[in-house]
Design a protein around this ligand. Sequence first.
Ligand code: ATR
Length: 264
Amino acid sequence: MKKYIVIGNPIEHSLSPKLHNYLFKKNNIDANYGKRKINKNEIQEIITEIKGNKLDGINVTVPFKTDVIPFLDMLSEESQITQSVNTIYIHDKKLVGHNTDIKGFELSLKDTEFDLNNKSIFILGAGGVVPSIIYALKKLGVSKITVSNRTSQKAENLKENFPNIDLVDWGDQPEFDIIINATSLGLNKEDKIGLIFKNINKEKLFYDVIYNPKETNFLRTGKSLGCQVSNGKMMFIYQAFEAFKLWHKVKPKIDDELKNFLDL
Ligand code: ATR
């Protein structure tokens, strides 16, 4: 039986085991997927396990997506540019790090059917997931990306990697067609982002990377303005699907049964 795990801290709430184990059953794959809460100094131990064939693949979640990089033999171009690895696999006896968050975000945005042509994007936050979002948006050919982060230094660091992005102070609000919450504000139901949306027409998309709770205050605001809204559920599902495809060479099917099963 093949063995897969997701590592992170915290890890209790990760839905990856539930999703991957469901997909194993559906696709008749003899494998098991678990989760492990680790500290940074335990990464080496996990790497030894995969190198010793005790593990067949690893998903990496917050806060280790960058920390695992020095332990790997190779990075995909996506991981290289974003300095973020969420999927580890073995290829030709080499340990490879890849980033499926990019494709996850890209596919989820396509699912919204929001027209991306010539659009301005406003991203709130500059944490771990933001380089993946910017990479995907650039690939999709949006015209302008503006980032705002409470800690301005972190936004400036991001600009070193992506010089074409614009930065605005936290609390400021540029013109936008799509606004993306990539902060952790909203994980607690009562969290408020604190932006006052003035003169907002209905033609916008409010996208929240958070999928639990299903509807953050941020999305509720978007809805009350009559705008289209999307949470991070499909991004989560698609990033898992991409890892699954890499590991098992099988393309999983998305259907209502899966969505109901995950209860997202
Ligand atoms: P990390 O910052 O370690 O990469 P993350 O979960 O990927 O962690 O990112 C959290 C994001 O939410 C950051 O952009 C963070 O802003 P700071 O860089 O200023 O910390 C943002 N965030 C978290 N709590 C916030 C709050 N109360 N107000 C505004 N932004 C907040």
